[in-house]
Write a protein that binds this ligand. Structure first.
Ligand SMILES: *Cc1c(COP(=O)(O)O)cnc(C)c1O
Length: 398
């Protein structure tokens, strides 16, 4: 391919499911000069981020730990804090992200029990319950559940997993990965009985990549304190400290924290319910477009059940012979819409449209139309088309 032009006119639409576009207010907040480590403004900024995350997670009593790390970093922090060396965790199958977390957990010397992943379907809570019933010695210390698997575009029911753990009478902690769901759909940590929630900055939270966070309830914190696994940088006990230098085990990532405070402010100013409703509306427009495209026989939803289709990202499978990399290149370079490819077992078999974070109807219509133009450029049969369906979907909603 020829070199991309140095400058594009207008803005490129970023519709990967993370990183997502940054609101101007977040960019501006991040453009501040760093502060000396004793500056009270730094402490106020950190406190605002902690309070905002607890409010967003609906867990006022949780401890929040933030790391200069991406999602994989906070995955590792969870493993090192909750699982003793040689202990087991249960990872219910959701696809690429559950499998990646499982492999990372095994690399850290823990045993992983998996429930099977059924392609296109959410977590099978009955399989979780059975796996816990089979664990008569309570070797499993935690269940690591991915709320929205960003590769499959499927959201699982965390309440059903809580019920499965309770029905089995098993003491395992419930850990939820909300990296792709927080700020897009309702999530209430305490009400759901989630002991540990894991998130990152660059998806629904409208910040750049590089900041991970974990909310921990009292039960999980106590278990972590008794866990003999060797650790330092990730250690929750060490990080529960009033001093910002200790909270971050070193210099806090100040400009990311300034961005996060601004982003949380935007979310609360819009109103959480309104943010969720907007995500539902935009997801509905993308889903309507796919309903049109699939009539051509070349494209389809990967998520089988309409109710579990994510409000953050839609994964669209392609018929054999369609080159997903070429589609992405044409969409990005010719129509200025950046979309994502398939991951793991879906590599080459699917593409993904992100619709989370700082997104509105005009942006999503531009993305859908740009993708449709790229599909037509490659000669893909798009049936009656998806763009008009998306327009109708948006105009039929209040
Ligand atoms: C993106 C994502 C991750 C990994 O985050 P990175 O920042 O890329 O390491 C983990 N879990 C889920 C559900 C994600 O969507």
């Amino acid at each position: 391919m020829t070199n991309p032009p140095a400058r594009i006119p207008g803005r490129r639409s970023l519709h990967s499911p993370g990183p997502t576009p940054l609101p101007d207010a977040v960019l501006h907040a991040m453009s501040a000069q760093p502060m000396d480590l004793a500056d009270p403004r730094l402490d106020a900024n950190i406190a605002a981020c902690e309070e905002g995350l607890k409010r967003l997670l609906h867990s006022p009593g949780a401890d929040v730990f933030m790391y200069a790390a991406n999602g994989h970093g906070v995955w590792e922090a969870v493993v090192e804090n909750v699982a003793a060396p040689g202990a087991a965790v249960l990872v219910p199958g959701t696809g690429h992200f559950s499998e990646s977390w499982a492999i990372q957990t095994e690399a850290l010397g823990r045993r992983v029990v998996r429930t099977p992943w059924r392609e296109g379907w959410p977590i099978d809570a009955a399989a979780v319950e059975q796996a816990l019933r089979d664990d008569r010695q309570y070797a499993i210390q935690a269940v690591f559940a991915v709320h929205t698997d960003t590769a499959s575009g499927v959201t699982s029911d965390i309440a059903a997993i809580r019920r499965a753990i309770d029905a089995a009478g098993h003491p395992a902690l419930l850990v939820a990965d909300v990296v792709a769901s927080l700020g897009a759909i309702p999530f209430a940590m305490d009400a759901l009985g989630v002991d540990v929630a894991v998130g990152a900055s660059q998806k629904g939270l409208m910040c750049p990549p590089g900041l991970g966070f974990i909310a921990v309830n009292a039960k999980a914190f106590a278990l972590a304190g008794a866990n003999p696994a060797p650790r330092f940088y990730w250690d929750w006990v060490r990080r529960r400290d009033a001093l910002s230098y200790r909270k971050f085990c070193g210099t806090p990532p100040q400009n990311l924290l300034l961005g996060l405070e601004a982003a949380l402010g935007l979310i609360f100013a819009e109103g959480l319910e309104a943010v969720w409703a907007r995500h539902a509306q935009l997801a509905g427009a993308v889903h309507a477009a796919v309903e049109g495209w699939r009539e051509g026989g070349a494209l389809d939803f990967f998520a089988q059940e309409p109710a579990s289709r994510s409000h953050s990202v839609t994964t669209i499978t392609v018929a054999g012979g369609i080159d997903v990399d070429a589609l992405r290149a044409v969409a990005r370079e010719r129509f200025q819409v950046a979309i994502a490819g398939g991951l793991g077992p879906l590599t080459g078999r699917a593409f993904r449209i992100g619709h989370l974070g700082d997104c509105n109807p005009a942006m999503i219509l531009g993305a859908i139309a740009g993708v449709e133009a790229a599909l037509l450029t490659l000669g893909v049969n798009v049936g009656g088309g998806g763009t008009a369906r998306a327009v109708r979907s948006l105009s039929s909603q209040p």
